[in-house]
Design a protein around this ligand. Structure first.
Ligand code: HEC
Ligand code: HEC
Length: 695
């Protein structure tokens, strides 16, 4: 339990709803139990064989309005807003109306966000410019190995960049010039950048010789290898849980860029590998008070609340492939799904971000011209299929030639029924967690319905078009996961944000107001759709739980754990930092769904990083000094970030390896919550896991 100095807002009560009869037996037998849309958006599947002129069906998210799904098995308490209802008012395009408009917008968004050296690709605080305050000249990038304690540039430099910083390499060419190369004579250069970096272009389209981060540094990863059938390979929009962005920032600052200070600041972003903290909006709004944003001066009505909002701290990005099924977004559901401007907060040039937030019309033009394309690309992405297929034997077991990790169909079907109909609050189960307000008490009541049989059952959804939609912000008292992230988003943050250009202040006062949604439901965490959830371990908004099994069995969750690292090349062992292993046969736990891990002994290794690891005499409690720090972290904006400068003291591979330890005793990293699944039996967990492989 973290103590709050100030109780910033009280929970609003939501009226309880009665539930109809979500009886599995009553559902139509004509629809199969298994089947998945794999996220994405119905506009893509609908348009697959339609001409450009075909009119689009309604956006399923727009159906989630107050009154929808009343008394049904699937419950919603957060509703859609169409930020683009009045395009003239906000100066953006209307939402696409035809397949042609949709396809073109997705294609433009693809160019913007995928990177890989495309002309028109967006980079960190750089828009599509050749140079920004975060671009890294190739000469600096090329000498970053000097920070690794090696005597010469290793022949596998590109691969080692991927390992050390957790920025994996994709198979699509993503060039940068190696020492001595002219990128314009070598079609970009012979080096291969990770999927989270891109080389920028000059205004005339020529290569600039500068590299920079893209959104993929935090939002995309590589998992297994498609060539040998052991995984999907590069996964756009999965979230990146491999990265040590603070380590990268530090090394790049030391390697000397034109703006090392930008990277010095970047080292404040993460305490350990695999997490990041991008949503310090409170910090941004606090700093914005130094610029006359919202008409406020240095001190305005929000300043005190902003200063005491605490630190967002460790985060794990939601999968983009679920965006088309999220009527509201961010971990706490704070913004409407259609609120596209905030998504590009890392993409607009920094000067323009400040200028746009301060009301400069000119600075807002770029964002208005690009944010919807980015949003459409994000919505169009789909989750990968389980790489090992379905088992061929009729009883569900693997036949000769099947991979042993194949899906057991009868078991997955049992899992589908449990997922949609097992009431976790059946009185006989004596669930220790308070019962949530609506729904039938099943997984589906919070996470949405996926199985065609239940999707087409009118006691589950008003219309099958709501398949896979999840829009329930589950109150803190029910979900019980680490509260730091949601507590940070206090009224002052929302108030300061409401006037900011990023939050469509033009729509204020209209029925489709796209300001933050806080107050319309009790604070908590938004239940995510579970498409491709097998591919996005570790779990929860802070990445604190390594496998789905551990999500479903709270008593098995490790308090201190570490994912396994990829093996180093024989001649480099002990000299280089290897990243988390993404080879599925080697490092993925096929039975528990997630990454294999070890549980380092409490107090092992030097205590420098992460410092205050745990209390060796009682590993289940926080040491006193740490508890005091947590109090500060939770009540003062940016304090936690200052602690992350500890990365500067990690120099040897062994010290850097300590950053791989996930310590759930640290502020914001608690692994508690979702405790209502403690009433499941192990047999039920196995069936549910088999089902989740099919989504
Ligand atoms: C430093 C890492 C980082 C970078 C860089 C980053 N993001 Fe994010 N992003 C996150 C995390 C973590 C969240 C979850 C934040 C939360 O809800 O608290 C997030 C949330 C989002 C969401 C909301 C997803 C949802 O369904 O709730 C969108 C959309 C998004 N980011 C788009 C982008 C785009 C586009 C870029 C590049 C311009 C970008 N992000 C750059 C880490 C990052
Ligand atoms: C009362 C609502 C509720 C119920 C019931 C529920 N969940 Fe969840 N679940 C959530 C919320 C909210 C989160 C996100 C919590 C967070 O990130 O802090 C979550 C997270 C998860 C995650 C991790 C997702 C991720 O990407 O990190 C999995 C897996 C999951 N739930 C599976 C299930 C299964 C299986 C069941 C049924 C046995 C179930 N849940 C029942 C609300 C619910």
């Amino acid at each position: 339990m973290k103590t709050r100095l100030i109780l910033l807002y009280a929970a609003l009560a939501v009226p309880a709803t009665a539930v109809g009869s979500p009886d599995a037996a009553a559902s139509s037998a004509t629809f199969p139990l298994l089947g998945s849309a794999h996220g994405g958006h119905v506009w893509t599947s609908f348009c697959a064989n339609q001409p450009d002129s075909a009119a689009l069906p309604p956006d399923p998210r727009s159906l989630v309005q107050p009154g929808v799904n009343q008394n049904k098995a699937v419950y919603f308490n957060a509703y859609w807003k169409n930020c683009h209802a009045d395009p003239a008012l906000i100066g953006e395009q209307p939402e696409p109306a035809t397949c042609g408009e949709w396809r073109q917008s997705v294609a433009r968004g693809d160019t913007l966000l995928r990177g890989n050296g495309a002309v028109g690709a967006l980079s960190f605080f750089g828009a599509t410019n050749a140079v920004s305050f975060m671009t890294i000249p190739a000469v600096s990038y090329n000498r970053v190995w000097k920070e690794w304690g090696l005597n010469s540039r290793p022949d596998n430099f590109d691969a080692l960049v991927g390992e050390r910083y957790g920025f994996p390499l994709g198979s699509v060419r993503n060039p940068y010039p190696q020492p001595g190369e002219d990128p314009n004579k070598t079609s970009g250069g012979s080096g291969q950048l990770p999927i989270g970096l891109t080389q920028t272009h000059n205004a005339d389209g020529s290569w600039s010789g500068n590299v920079s981060l893209t959104c993929n540094a935090c939002h995309s990863t590589v998992l297994g290898n498609p060539a040998d059938g052991t995984g999907p390979g590069a996964l756009y929009g999965s979230g990146n849980t491999l990265d040590d962005i603070a380590l990268f920032a530090r090394d790049i600052a030391e390697a000397g860029t034109q703006a090392p200070y930008a990277y010095v600041v970047g080292t404040a972003l993460a305490r350990n590998r695999g997490t990041n903290s991008p949503s310090d909006l409170n910090l941004f709004y606090t700093l914005s008070n130094f610029f006359p944003v919202n008409g406020g001066g240095l001190i305005d009505q929000y300043t005190l609340g902003l200063l005491t909002s605490g630190s967002v701290a460790s985060n794990d990005a939601p999968a983009w492939w679920n965006a088309g099924h999220r009527p509201v977004k961010f971990q706490d559901g704070i913004l409407p799904g259609d609120s596209d401007r905030t998504d590009l907060v890392f993409g607009i040039t920094f000067a323009n971000l400040i200028a746009a937030s301060s009301g400069s019309q000119a600075a807002q033009v770029w964002l208005k011209a690009h944010d919807q394309d980015a949003g459409h690309f994000i919505m169009s992405l789909q989750s990968p299929s389980w790489p090992y297929g379905y088992c061929s034997n009729a009883d569900g077991t693997p036949a000769a030639g099947d991979n042993p990790a194949c899906i057991n169909t009868p078991l997955a079907e049992q899992g589908a029924i449990l997922f949609h109909s097992k009431n976790l609050w059946d009185p006989s189960l004596e669930n220790p967690v308070p019962k949530p307000d609506g729904g039938n008490g099943s997984c589906a009541s919070c996470h949405g319905a996926y199985s065609p049989q239940f999707v087409n059952d009118p006691s589950y959804l008003d219309t099958p078009a709501l398949e896979g939609i999840a829009s329930y912000v589950v109150p803190k008292a029910v979900i019980g996961t680490d509260p730091a992230r949601v507590d940070t988003n206090n009224k002052a943050v929302q108030g300061a944000g409401a006037g900011n250009f990023l939050n469509y202040p033009e729509t204020a006062g209209t029925a489709q107001s796209c300001a933050a949604l806080g107050g319309s439901y009790p604070p908590g965490y938004l239940a995510p759709p579970l498409y491709g959830v097998w591919a996005t371990a570790p779990y929860f908004h802070n990445g604190s739980v390594p496998t789905v099994w551990d999500v479903l069995k709270p008593s098995d969750r490790p308090p201190i754990w570490q994912r396994v690292s990829a093996p180093a090349r024989a001649d480099q062992q002990g000299q280089v930092v290897m990243g988390f292993d993404t080879d599925m046969p080697r490092a993925y736990d096929m039975a528990r769904l997630g990454w294999q891990y070890t549980t380092p002994a409490c107090g092992s290794g030097s205590q420098v990083i992460p410092y205050l690891q745990c209390n060796p005499t009682n590993p289940n409690t926080e040491p006193l000094a740490q508890a005091l720090l947590s109090l500060l972290d939770g009540n003062l904006v940016g304090v936690w970030n200052l602690g992350n400068f500890a990365v500067w003291s990690a120099t040897t591979p062994a010290q850097i390896d300590q950053r791989k330890t996930y310590n759930t005793h640290l502020y914001s990293q608690g692994n508690e919550g979702h405790a209502f699944t403690s009433v499941l039996t192990d047999g039920e967990r196995k069936a549910l896991i088999e089902y989740l492989k099919t989504l």
